[in-house]
Ligand binder design. Structure first.
Ligand code: MRU
Length: 374
């Protein structure tokens, strides 16, 4: 990759500001944990694994900058930052997984001492970043077999290097197939309302010189009907124990379309995206963002003033529509509830959901608001 999504710089966290892409490649230096949290909230950095890495680095930064040598005061300060990170975005479980890992280290402060704990927290954050890149490469190795010479591969949102520590999950599969010399065509959903496909995936593919065609989200059906799509690969923000998968809004519709056209639909995700503590996708908390993302386009209003809108950032694709989940341990097939546990039932992936994590809202309830929040 010609760019770095996120980097530890010792006294700051540097990230590629994704709000400015593709017009501008500008790096954002976060010198405090609060500025890292703000970057996650405002989507300067986004994508499930990437926000996990960012949260971990934010916590490491806070620890490093804490002056107190008293273990209780130190713990209280860093704990507060862990909580701040947890409250940034609710759906991607990687964020909570990363904060849990950092908290585990923090808990050993009484025996390790404050100075050693600071070093261990920094090491842990770096380890989360490095392991994520490695894991993505394994996902690519397993997933590339699904792409055949001459295929049309459709993806949604951005599950590439920008959404991870580097390389990517769904795009990792595409990069690995390209590295093997396969020739194929990628179709990129623009991904309304935040346009991650158009702004980020398209940008990555142009950087990597991979032949790709951008479409608006409502064009996928026509492409499928024309026989131009042979495979759909998307990323994930949280996968429940039965395989139900939360991913960017629009993923569910794509899965339904794929099913009715007989096109295999795959999810690519690391173990850190699994939440085996959840029985089904009904329990996944879905983030609802400001409705101006729907009523406005690039800052300009496109709907009448006062118009109500609905803006869930994610949807849940039922496991029945998913052919397989491409992970760093291979492609997991149905029955997912059995096979996910067989491969991933470690204390890590079965960790109890943090108390502070919001619970899912009631299914079927439609919450609309206008830009005044009414
Ligand atoms: O709202 P975003 O941009 O953070 O949503 C990102 C996605 O939905 C990605 O598909 C998902 O996080 C997988 S990233 C490897």
């Amino acid at each position: 990759m010609k760019f770095k999504t996120i980097e530890w710089k010792g006294d700051r966290v540097r990230m590629l500001d994704q709000r400015r892409l593709p017009q501008e490649v500008r790096y954002l230096d976060c010198r405090s944990a609060s500025s890292v949290a703000e970057a996650i909230r405002t989507m300067a950095i986004r994508g499930a694994p990437a926000i996990g890495v960012a949260a971990a680095m934010g916590i490491a930064l806070a620890a490093k900058k804490t002056r107190s040598v008293n273990p209780q005061v130190f713990t209280k300060t860093v704990e507060k930052v862990c909580q701040e990170m947890r409250e940034t975005r609710p759906t991607a479980v990687n964020l909570f997984w990363a904060v849990d890992r950092m908290e585990k280290i923090l808990k050993q402060v009484e025996s390790d001492g404050v100075e050693e704990t600071k070093k261990r927290l920094v090491r842990e954050a770096l380890q989360i970043l490095e392991a994520d890149i490695e894991v993505n490469r394994s996902i690519g190795m397993y997933g590339k077999k699904l792409i055949k010479e001459g295929d049309g591969v459709l993806t949604h949102c951005n599950a590439g290097a920008l959404a991870t520590g580097g390389y990517g999950t769904a795009l990792g599969v595409i990069y690995a197939a390209r590295d093997e010399g396969k020739q194929f065509q990628v179709f990129v959903d623009e991904t309304r309302p935040m346009l991650q496909g158009c702004r980020l995936t398209a940008w990555e593919l142009v950087q990597e010189k991979i032949p790709a065609t951008l479409i608006t989200d409502n064009m996928a059906g026509v492409l499928m009907k024309k026989g131009l799509v042979n495979l759909v690969v998307v990323g994930a923000d949280r996968i429940a124990g039965n395989g139900d998968t939360a991913n960017k809004i629009g993923t569910y519709g794509l899965a339904v379309l794929s099913k009715s056209h007989g096109i295999p639909f795959y999810v690519a995700a690391p173990a850190s995206t699994l939440d085996l503590s959840l029985g089904s996708g009904e329990e996944i908390p879905i983030e609802e963002r400001n409705v101006e993302e729907v009523t406005h386009f690039c800052g300009s209003p496109i709907a009448p003033k006062g118009m109500k809108a609905f803006n869930p950032a994610f949807d849940v694709t039922p496991h029945s529509l998913i052919h397989g989940i491409i992970t760093e341990k291979g492609i997991i097939r149905k029955p997912f509830h059995k096979n996910l546990r067989k491969k991933f039932a470690t204390p890590n992936s079965l960790s109890v959901r943090p108390r502070s994590q919001p619970r899912a809202g009631r299914a079927g309830k439609l919450r609309t608001r206008n830009s005044e929040g009414v």
